[in-house]
Design a protein around this ligand. Structure first.
Ligand code: AMP
Length: 338
């Protein structure tokens, strides 16, 4: 089969514009599923050859998957898909799915994720197993909190018990050491076809109200009784000090190498190390995303890093499409489908 016999499909949210534009630039047919009333951007930007409206992404198995199979489509996963159907259900996807499904189990389980990342030699923020142990600033993260909303900071057990009263019955949280530093999200792409790791770019998030508190004086913050929150509103491009690049390459290589030990097919395609860099340039990773992240969206026309490597605009979305194209041409498509 030629690559043009395949359709690249995704769900209309998160990084779908980038995925679809990249697939189109590589010559694929494109298909997007949108929830009713949410298709305006996909219509306006004309990145999809076909738009199919569904009631809810949660109906994936009933409404979406049969169409994917019928159209010989390859589904490109992103955060909204995993959110809608759940990481454990993702393993039941029968349609052609780009990326490793096995690694989702390691990525979505907090303790497994920690084992994976610490065995890869990364520094991780300390986890406090009980609130009584809190002896420094900590960030309390609720599981499944969408886009960082609902987190809070505490400095002592007393403060923790006071604030947790606002979340009655919600006991699925983690107490993590709060790292004072700047957030940096490193975007990678690993190709099992060439066995090469690329750094695609970096971003930081634009979070409300964490990114606005500094706009008013400390006294006003106290007077207004403002609690820090981390609701994501967008992403801002970052270029790191060039001397940090060897470190970021090493971290990415180590994570890929470790993934090969814990799952048969390892981690491949786009992934992201999400962390905080402190004043001594230590990078503490608090999460890994084993798929395209929305932080790549500022780079639809390529990033400063992809500009160095490619003589054409190369977004992560387009890099995925190119990988699929090369895999079809080399008769290795099955090696990049989960
Ligand atoms: P997350 O939902 O885990 O990606 O975290 C949302 C935001 O909370 C991040 O973008 C950071 O600004 C902040 N954050 C998360 N974990 C930590 C940490 N351990 N120390 C400091 N800030 C953090």
């Amino acid at each position: 089969m030629s690559f043009s016999d395949y359709t690249i499909a995704t769900l209309g949210s998160h990084s779908a514009l980038q995925i679809l534009k990249g697939a189109k630039d590589e010559g694929f047919k494109t298909l997007v599923f949108c929830e009713k009333g949410k298709s305006v951007a996909y219509k306006s930007y004309k990145v999809a050859d076909e738009i199919i409206e569904v009631d809810s992404f949660k109906d994936y198995f009933k409404e979406i998957e049969p169409v994917l199979i019928e159209r010989n489509a390859i589904l490109i996963p992103h955060g909204s898909i995993i959110n809608a159907i759940g990481a454990t259900n993702a393993t039941n996807i029968k349609a052609q799915y780009y990326g490793s499904k096995e690694i989702l189990e390691w990525e979505s389980d907090r303790s497994k994720e920690r084992v994976w990342l610490s065995n890869a030699g990364l520094k991780l923020p300390k986890i406090f197993t009980s609130p009584e142990e809190i002896d420094r600033p900590v960030i309390i993260k609720f599981h499944g909190a969408k886009g960082g909303s609902g987190y809070f900071i505490a400095n002592s057990p007393e403060e923790f018990f006071e604030r947790i009263k606002e979340y009655p019955g919600d006991d699925d949280y983690v107490i993590q050491e709060y790292i004072v530093g700047v957030p940096i999200y490193a975007h990678y792409f690993y190709s099992p076809l060439t066995q090469e790791l690329e750094i695609m770019g970096f971003d930081k998030r634009y979070e409300s109200n964490a990114d606005s508190i500094g706009r008013i004086a400390a006294k006003d913050q106290l007077d207004a009784n403002i609690h820090t929150s981390y609701t994501i509103t967008g992403n801002i491009p970052v270029v790191v000090r060039e001397s940090l690049l060897p470190m970021f390459f090493e971290f990415g290589e180590n994570v890929v190498a470790e993934a090969k030990k814990i799952t048969p097919n390892g981690l491949f395609g786009p992934f992201c190390l999400e962390g905080i860099m402190d004043t001594h340039l230590n990078f503490y990773v608090f999460e890994i995303s084993a798929r395209i992240v929305a932080g790549t969206n500022p780079y639809i026309d390529g990033s400063p890093y992809t500009a160095l490597r490619y003589d054409e605009p190369m977004s992560t979305g387009r890099r995925i499409a190119r990988e699929i194209k090369e895999a079809v041409q080399k008769n290795k498509l099955s090696s990049i489908l989960g």
